[in-house]
Design a protein around this ligand. Structure first.
Ligand SMILES: [Fe+2]
Ligand SMILES: [Fe+2]
Length: 273
């Protein structure tokens, strides 16, 4: 069995503090094989710097995925080339720095494929996410070239996310939705064995508008005039994640939401002691 934890979009300092505090504890307590974090909002809500990325690795994170904010910190265009554990959406135009998929082996010799991909509904128009992920899964079939496969589908529309789950069902261990910063209650194992959740939620302060201090988003919604910067909210974060137990066939045997700290009601898997 392989134990996976996927942590949703880490927003600003509050979110980072929750990850740095909790990942070492959870790794040990649940004997996790792999921890993946979506880090697209880690640097002040916008992108990721190399020093913050390295802090995540030091805390015990195996891989960091991104999204539409991948390159908000310009340095990411450079350091992503020397950081194989940093993964940006695979369906950016060819020639974009970095990689959209990678396989990592842990100390037990287990191989995890991680793919990051962006949806196209209410998002920037990128290449076809379905065709892109089909290619990656064909290059690295579950049970042959990897023991588990996680797809971070970074998208706005729940319809597109459900469709994507059905598309990869039976070919991945987990399809986890990210980007909306709002956890959904529909975690389940799809009919052919892929663990699924429409959105895992963010790791940040929920006394906010999707992680940001309320003032500026409210001003923009009510007046349509931007008059300040978006700043991450600074209260205690809720760490939002999904826990997945993967069987020897690479498919999900159990999935549960994880919520620790902050404003949301707590949740943890009942299948790990
Ligand atoms: Fe995000
Ligand atoms: Fe996003």
């Amino acid at each position: 069995m392989i134990r996976l934890l996927f942590i949703g979009d880490v927003v600003g300092r509050s979110g980072r503090a929750a990850v740095l505090e909790q990942v070492p504890i959870l790794r040990a307590r649940w004997e996790l094989d792999f921890v993946i974090v979506n880090g697209e909002n880690a640097a002040g809500g916008f992108g990721l710097t190399e020093s913050l990325f390295e802090e995540f690795l030091s805390a015990g994170v195996d891989a960091v995925t991104l999204g539409n904010h991948a390159f908000d910190q310009r340095e990411a265009l450079v350091f992503i080339e020397r950081q194989p554990r940093l993964i940006r959406p695979v369906n950016y135009p060819s020639g974009t720095p970095g990689r959209g998929a990678a396989v990592f082996e842990n100390a037990k010799g287990l191989r995890l494929l991680t793919v990051n991909v962006m949806g196209r509904i209410f998002m920037d128009a990128l290449d076809d996410p379905f065709a892109a992920v089909k290619r990656e899964l064909a290059l690295c079939p579950l049970g042959e070239k990897c023991d588990a496969a996680v797809i971070d589908f970074h998208a706005e529309a729940s319809s597109e996310k459900w469709a994507f789950g059905c598309f990869v069902d039976g070919k991945a261990s987990l399809m986890v939705g990210t980007h909306t910063h709002t956890p959904t209650a529909d975690h389940r194992i799809l009919s052919r064995g892929t663990g699924f959740i429409t959105d895992v939620g963010m790791t940040g302060d929920y006394d906010s508008v999707i992680g940001m201090e309320k003032e500026e988003p409210l001003r923009r919604f009510t007046t349509k005039i931007p008059s300040g910067r978006f700043e991450p909210a600074t209260g205690p974060a809720t760490l939002c994640a999904v826990a997945v137990e993967v069987g020897p066939d690479g498919l999900a045997k159990a999935i549960a939401p994880v919520r620790i700290g902050g404003l949301l009601s707590p949740a943890k898997p009942d299948f790990w002691s």
